[in-house]
Structure formats: structure tokens, C-alpha cells
Design a protein around this ligand. Structure first.
Ligand SMILES: [Ca+2]
Ligand SMILES: [Ca+2]
Length: 461
């Protein structure tokens, strides 16, 4: 990880979210056995602390994944309490039988018993772990501590617990971030973003409009299968419901969904359009490792499922090399050696997907108008209504991001109204886009945008 920080920074990222790193029962780590010890395959606790310090030296941030809804059934508390009503840890879990042989578990999976948040001891335990990793040697110097938590299954524990945890984290480090995996509807997500619980949440409802199903490829706006209006509505709902200070994570895939390159059935032009959507979107873009080089990954049909969407980052042309893990390499995996998809093959390659991610990230970092700023989805004339058009602006600059997710070419002329925001009037610096793909310019500032084509226009005062 430390050796990979240059690469991560080359994507414009300033924050790293690590999937679970604590000792667990399964390869994925979402069934914790020991919240105080790093998985030996990944390294030692000291290695993690070294990583945190290296990240901080670069003025970056690091979030760890916190599995708080449940533990592993191999966690010592559960092992002690199972079939043992006299155990001091009985109140930590939710028993369905008096003899404590039957219990509530996450998604009905026996290996993940749900923690009992009615217990004050559970709350204290979970908060102690959270605060520990924010300053592991407890000397008040936070440089060895993480910058926040991404909480798994955050709709599990009750609201008042999150408020309690947020308050405890603020007391320790007011700048720390509490990010929830609130995989639910916009209204319910907003109930956690009122200011005293989560600071940040992922926009799952918009993801659902972009790809329809995380498990089935070829659906949603990115594949040109659903109307742009659905994403428009989803972004508007988020804008109106979520408190203005909330950080809204935007993404086109994660470790629980098919990878975006597979979601668009391997159509590189559509993956590129998805990258433009992501890295110009309002909120905070999240890149799931490997999407930036176009790795594929679709849920398996059993008995192995998610591993296919979690293949190791393909660093090398040969799919093997120094420091690259090879923990999952079945014959029917989604990624191959010499398939043109690896960091090594794309790193210096003009026109690669990786290059596009870096260009878009740089554009975002270089322009405040593309980050925390005003945005809207303007109303368009009927012949252009099928285009995705986003405006982003600050006091100096206005960007128009135009993406054609449909299967037909669409022509575009910038209507003068689109260059007016409230009382401000902007002027296009040039009729030519600053970044585009699959687009032709005709005389008289008319453009034709092909399917999966896009254009980013920049205007100034
Ligand atoms: Ca410290
Ligand atoms: Ca490859």
C-alpha cells in the first residue's frame, strides 16, 4: 500500500478507504474476530500505523471499514456466550432461545451474529475500538490515527448510537469523518445526515439509476437503457433532502456490485462516459480500485460469488509481479494477462482509460467550480432532452458537462440561457470543448455527439 501511494495520488485521490483490515473469519473481512489486530496476510499493526503516517505526510486521509452491525461467530465474546447463558457477554448478542443456541444474524448468515445495541456495554465496546484507532498509542498525537470510519451496514445500529459515536469522535478529533454504508432510499439516508450522526453517505439511489442492478449487466443510464430523467430526478432528490454540509459519495461501482466495465458489457466508450459522469459529478467521487484501468468483474453464479468482482488490482501486463497478490485466480476469472488492461499497459498509454481518469481528476482538482460549488441540471429543449447535461459554477467559471448516453447521435448548440446562472453571465472561452470524445464540431458552434460521446465546455466571466 505504501509503495502504491504515488499511484493512488496520480488518480487525484486525497482519501483512501480500506476494506476491512482486522482479523476476521472470511477472506472479505466483514466478520470481525479481533478489532485490535490487523489480518496477518496484510501485515502487522505497526505496518498499518506506518501506512497511516505515510498517508498523512502526503496530506492525504485514511478511512477504515468498521463492521459494527455484527461480529464473527468466532469472536471471543460470541464463543463465550453461545450456549452459555451465564456468560458475561450474553447481553452482547440477540438471542432467540433462552439457552443461547439460536440468535439473530446478518442476512441470516450464522457466521455473522448481530450485536445488541440495547446493551450499554456493546456501545462502549464499539466506541472504544473506534477511538483506539484514531490514536493507537493514545498520546494525543493523531498522526498515527485514522481520519474516520466507513461503517458497514449502517442502517443496523440505531440512530442514537450513531449520534453517540459522532460525539465521541468529535471530542477526540473534530475533523474526523463518519461515513455510512446506508444502502437504502434517499429519504432514509437523509434521516442519518441531519448533522449529529453521519457526515457522509454514498448515493446508492443514484447508482441504481446508473446501472439498474449491481448484479446484472447491461442496464441503467450508463448502458443507454434508461432515460436520463431518472438520474436527473435522483440527483435533484439528493440535493433537496441531504443537508448542504453532508458529503455525498458518488460512485459507479463498488465491491458489492459488478464492476462498471462489466455493467456496460465491456463497451469501453461507455466506461469512459461513466468516468466523465463520475469525476464531474457533484459530491465526492469514489473510485473502486481497478475501475480506472477497466477491470471487469461480474458476480459469480455460485458457489463463488463476490470474489469475481474483487480480483486483485492488475498491476502488471503478465498479471503477476512484485508485491501483487494472486489470492483469486480461477480459470474463469474476468481479467487476464496481456489483455491490455493493467496499470503497466495503460500507465503511459495515450488514450487509455487510466489516462482519462487522471485527466478528469486533474481538471477537477484544478477547478474549484468542479468541486464544492453550485450545480444544476438545466431544463433543455425537447430535441436535447435525452442528453445528460450538468452545469457547475463558482464566481469565475462555469462548466457545462454534456454526455450522450443514448444509442443515437444528438446535435448540440449551446443555448445562450445555459451560460446564465442567476444574475451571472458567462462567456464560452472557445466553441471547442476542453475535453471530449466521439464528438464532431460543425461550423457555427454546432456539435454532433455520438452515442457514449461527451463534451466538457468551459466558460468564464
Ligand atoms: Ca498517537
Ligand atoms: Ca490484465
Amino acid at each position: 500500500m505504501i509503495d502504491g501511494l504515488d499511484y493512488i495520488q496520480s488518480l487525484g485521490a486525497n482519501t483512501i478507504w480500506l476494506l476491512p483490515v482486522f482479523k476476521a473469519g472470511s477472506y472479505h473481512g466483514y466478520d470481525t474476530v479481533d478489532y485490535y489486530t490487523v489480518i496477518p496476510d496484510y501485515g502487522t499493526n505497526d505496518d498499518l500505523i506506518r501506512l497511516i503516517k505515510e498517508v498523512h505526510q502526503r496530506k492525504m486521509h485514511i478511512l477504515l471499514d468498521y463492521v459494527v452491525n455484527h461480529t464473527s461467530n468466532q469472536h471471543p465474546f460470541f464463543k463465550d456466550a453461545f450456549n452459555n447463558p451465564a456468560s458475561p457477554y450474553s447481553e452482547y448478542y440477540v438471542w432467540l432461545k433462552k439457552d443461547q443456541t439460536s440468535y439473530s444474524s446478518f442476512a441470516g448468515v450464522d457466521s455473522m451474529p448481530i450485536l445488541n445495541y440495547a446493551s450499554l456495554k456493546v456501545r462502549k465496546y464499539v466506541m472504544d475500538v473506534a477511538l483506539h484507532w484514531m490514536d493507537p498509542n493514545n498520546d494525543g498525537d493523531l498522526s498515527d490515527g485514522i481520519d474516520g470510519w466507513r461503517c458497514d451496514v449502517a442502517i443496523g445500529p440505531p440512530h442514537d448510537f450513531w449520534a453517540q459515536l459522532r460525539a465521541a469522535m468529535t471530542a477526540k478529533n473534530p475533523k474526523s469523518l463518519l461515513l455510512g454504508e446506508l444502502w437504502t432510499g434517499a429519504k432514509e439516508i437523509s434521516s442519518y445526515l441531519q448533522g449529529n450522526e453521519f457526515d457522509a453517505a454514498f448515493d446508492f439511489p443514484t447508482l441504481a439509476e446508473l446501472t439498474k442492478s449491481g448484479d446484472i449487466n447491461g442496464g441503467g443510464l450508463l448502458s443507454g437503457k434508461s432515460p436520463v430523467a431518472m438520474v436527473d430526478i435522483s440527483l435533484r432528490v439528493a440535493q433537496s433532502l441531504y443537508s448542504p454540509g453532508a458529503h455525498v459519495g458518488r460512485f459507479v461501482n463498488n465491491h458489492d456490485t459488478n464492476r462498471v466495465m462489466s455493467a456496460v458489457n465491456g463497451d469501453t466508450t461507455r466506461a469512459r462516459a461513466g468516468a466523465v459522469w463520475l469525476l464531474t459529478a457533484p459530491g465526492t467521487p469514489m473510485i473502486y480500485y481497478g475501475e480506472e484501468i477497466g477491470m471487469k468483474g461480474s458476480k459469480g453464479s455460485g458457489p463463488i460469488y463476490d470474489e469475481y468482482r474483487r480480483e486483485p488490482l492488475d498491476w502488471y501486463k503478465a498479471e503477476t509481479g512484485p508485491e501483487m497478490t494472486g489470492w483469486f485466480k480461477p480459470a474463469d476469472r474476468n481479467n487476464r494477462p496481456n489483455d491490455g488492461i493493467s496499470v503497466e499497459e495503460e500507465d503511459k498509454l495515450s488514450g487509455s482509460l487510466l489516462e482519462l481518469y487522471r485527466r478528469l481528476a486533474k481538471l477537477r482538482l484544478d477547478n474549484a467550480a468542479l468541486r464544492q460549488s453550485g450545480y444544476d441540471l438545466p431544463k433543455l429543449d425537447s430535441d436535447q432532452r435525452n442528453l445528460y447535461v450538468l452545469r457547475r459554477w463558482d464566481s469565475d467559471t462555469l462548466f457545462l458537462i454534456i454526455i450522450n448516453f443514448t444509442g443515437q447521435p444528438v446535435s448540440w448548440t449551446t443555448a445562450p440561457d445555459l451560460l446564465k446562472v442567476n444574475d451571472q453571465v458567462f462567456k464560452l472561452e472557445s466553441d471547442a470543448p476542453i475535453l471530449s470524445d466521439l464528438m464532431t464540431s460543425d461550423p457555427g458552434s454546432k456539435m454532433t455527439i455520438q452515442p457514449a460521446g461527451y463534451a466538457i465546455l468551459k466558460a468564464a466571466k
